[in-house]
Design a protein around this ligand. Structure first.
Ligand SMILES: Nc1ncnc2c1ncn2[C@@H]1O[C@H](COP(=O)(O)OP(=O)(O)OP(=O)(O)O)[C@@H](O)[C@H]1O
Length: 688
């Protein structure tokens, strides 16, 4: 049902909802809480002193007024300040702004429970504008879990809570039929669908939440796997319609590379070449950690396809990366004296440039095409596209991958990923692809040295950057944001690079961020690659794929603001050459928790190990809306935290598929409808 059919949702609200990708009531029900507000037992001052993580967070405290409250302040601002003590007799304070009428509530000896963000100011634990409860009122709420939804401008939590709760009431009357066969629900102990919907939004108790979440994650994985299984079977019958031969020129090219391929690379190259010269169309995933050397494998394939007189295209997630790949491939082709024409296609090219590029692609003059999403523009036609490579493929949806492959007759597909997941999971998640793993780093790479530091290390950090620059190396500094913003207190690239230039006047410093004009981005990246810039201050636009092997230092400001997977990707921008490289994680806020998390990165350079340790640290109970891997953005399920559920869903899907691969039995009738709906609607939204 259209979201506008709901009472109180007009055109304007609907347009706000579209920002959250909510268009229908079904979308609204699938807009799961990000976390829950749990009314926990009140804490005491002693608890606050003992657990530093409580500061700055929401807590409840019970207290007795120990002094008649004061009102102070001038004309416009009136501050009511109340002194209290907790049951141990320890003092804390509460302040309210412009609410002088509350004064009468706080008679000497009155007892209340306050709930809000607690902070220590001038040695006193203080609430500002907390919510106020009588003990009886609080006890009623204690233990309950109120949903907190992801929001956007114009949509409040209150509004969502009301709409969802209204919808669920109605839903109960209309009871959606259960579509997972009974035997599956029994075997894997799955709650019923409607129960799960009700309890993911408004769990009465923690266990209900757990059961709801389990059912919904299972359901997401289950549909996803059934859909990919059917995709795979349709591919298996695709014969290789291209006449591609192994060429000596390619063997010579490999021989002539300035480095020796690792065994893992060699094996992967073999698998890829066997695929596209074999009887069936290739659908292969190359999985390898950052810096493991996936790109050269892709390049070898592109060259061999081009030399066989077909076209090959490689789609990458950012313009910066497209330009870089294009330039380095052009260099390689020239150096090796190969007669191959390559083309760049990115969104920011002028209409005329694009038209000319389109013409060369359509006529077949362009043999290798490198670009961004621009490669799958409807208007673009290829002459004879035989190979499609998507780099860092998790940025693209399955549907995009498919639409790309529909451009050719049915091209070979190669997908590259640095997502650190174990092979068993990869086999399930990439059900429609064969997998090659590059599990070995090039020889001579020294492990990156890591340090987790805070502001007190600033001078040393500056000296360190200077020293590396003097030694002829280059550095990245990452800031979490572009420019100063009111509600965000992290370093920003523009101010930061100004200040850094003052402190290190002998270094050539420039900044880069996503909002710069594409031509400017290109110019900066080109100059950095050519070592005309020593220190590049950047946002995370350089996170994926950027390759400047002479860079040896990665300094990440406010590293507590990034996820571990993102930090690992960023760090992967150094350590790409022979020289010793360093990664400095600078933190703005000191806390044991933050330190522990960053220590995981400090102690390991292995992507998968990091993901696993991160999960261990959080503990299996700590997964309220925490999605560790943004790469596979399922609605609620997380491939790491729910790895066991994923396995079960995969087993169940296979059992069903093996017994009834077209889902034709009565028992599977409703499931079939769902899978078809899922393939059409959801599969393209899941980024794998
Ligand atoms: N066998 C090798 N020996 C030495 N250097 C290599 C080898 N293979 C690749 N390289 C170089 O290592 C660097 C990183 O390789 P590449 O860019 O292919 O990594 P990647 O796996 O794509 O990493 P990312 O996921 O970070 O993009 C490049 O400079 C590349 O030329």
């Amino acid at each position: 049902m259209d979201i506008k059919a709901l009472k109180g949702v007009g055109e304007k609200t609907a347009s706000y909802f579209s920002q959250l990708n909510i268009y229908t009531t079904e979308d609204l029900l699938k807009h799961y809480p990000r976390k829950y507000d749990i009314y926990e037992e009140p804490v005491r001052v002693a608890d606050l002193e003992a657990d530093e993580d409580l500061e700055g967070n929401v807590v409840a405290m019970e207290g007795v007024v120990i002094k008649s409250p004061d009102i102070y302040g001038n004309g416009k601002l009136k501050i009511l300040s109340v002194n209290l003590k907790d049951e141990n007799g320890d003092a804390f304070k509460v302040t309210f702004f412009n609410m002088p009428f509350l004064k009468n509530n706080f008679k000497l000896g009155a007892r209340y429970i306050f709930r809000g963000i607690i902070n220590k100011t001038r040695k006193m634990w203080t609430f500002e504008q907390p919510k106020l409860f009588t003990r009886a009122a609080y006890k009623e709420l204690e233990g309950s879990m109120m949903p907190i939804y992801p929001l956007t401008k114009g949509i409040t939590n209150n509004m969502l809570t009301k709409l969802v709760s209204g919808l669920l009431k109605e839903y109960e009357e209309r009871l959606e039929p259960e579509y997972i066969p009974l035997w599956v629900r029994e075997k894997y102990e799955l709650a019923e669908h409607n129960f799960a919907m009700q309890n993911i939004h408004f769990p009465k108790e923690f266990d209900d939440y757990i059961n709801a979440r389990h059912r919904l994650s299972f359901e997401e994985f289950f549909l996803f796997i059934l859909a990919t299984l059917s995709l795979k079977s349709s591919k298996e019958t695709n014969p290789n319609i291209y006449e591609i031969n192994r060429l000596e020129k390619i063997d010579e090219f490999i021989e002539g590379l300035p480095f020796k391929l690792t065994n893992a690379q060699l094996k992967t190259v073999e698998e890829v070449r066997a695929d596209y010269t074999g009887p069936k169309i290739m659908s292969r995933l190359i999985q390898g950690d950052v810096g493991s050397g996936k790109t050269i494998v892709a390049i070898i394939a592109l060259l061999e396809i081009a030399l066989n007189n077909y076209q090959g295209a490689m789609m990458v997630p950012t313009e910066v990366l497209a330009i870089q790949q294009f330039e380095s491939l052009k260099d390689l082709i020239e150096k090796n004296g190969l007669d191959i024409k390559i083309e760049l296609l990115v969104g920011s090219m002028t209409a005329k440039e694009k038209r000319l590029a389109y013409e060369r692609i359509q006529s077949g003059e362009a043999q290798i095409i490198i670009g961004t999403h621009a490669l799958i523009q409807e208007k673009l036609e290829y002459k004879d596209l035989a190979l499609v490579i998507t780099d860092e493929q998790h940025r693209f949806g399955v549907a995009q991958r498919e639409s790309f492959s529909n451009k050719g007759r049915r091209p070979h597909i190669l997908v590259m990923s640095a997502t650190p997941i174990p092979r068993t999971l990869a086999i399930i998640l990439y059900g429609d692809l064969d997998i090659s793993v590059i599990d070995e780093l090039p020889k001579g790479r020294l492990p990156i040295k890591n340090a987790v530091v805070d502001e007190s290390y600033r001078d040393n950090a500056d000296k360190f950057l200077e020293r590396e620059v003097k030694a002829g190396h280059q550095c990245y500094v990452i800031c979490p944001m572009v420019e100063e913003s009111e509600n965000f207190t992290g370093a920003n690239v523009i101010d930061y690079s100004k200040e850094l230039s003052k402190r290190l006047p002998d270094c050539r410093i420039e900044y880069l961020h996503g909002k710069l004009k594409p031509a400017k981005k290109e110019e900066i990246m080109r100059r950095f690659s050519k070592h005309e810039i020593d220190i590049l201050v950047s946002t995370t636009v350089i996170e994926v794929g950027v390759n400047v092997p002479n860079a040896t230092v990665m300094l990440i400001e406010n590293s507590e603001m990034f996820g571990l997977a993102g930090l690992h990707q960023l760090r992967g921008r150094v350590g790409r050459g022979d020289a010793q490289s360093y990664c400095i994680f600078m933190t703005g806020k000191k806390s044991e928790k933050i330190k522990k998390r960053l220590d995981i990165l400090k102690n390991s350079n292995d992507g998968f190990e990091i993901a696993r340790k991160d999960l261990e640290l959080r503990g299996p109970g700590d997964f309220f809306g925490v999605r560790q891997s943004g790469d596979f953005n399922f609605g609620i399920a997380d491939i790491f935290a729910d790895a066991q559920t994923l396995k079960e869903a995969s087993d169940a899907a296979k059992l069903i598929y093996d017994a009834d691969n077209n889902l034709e039995s009565d028992e599977n009738a409703l499931l079939k409808e769902k899978v078809i709906e899922y393939r059409g609607k959801v599969l393209d939204k899941i980024n794998i």
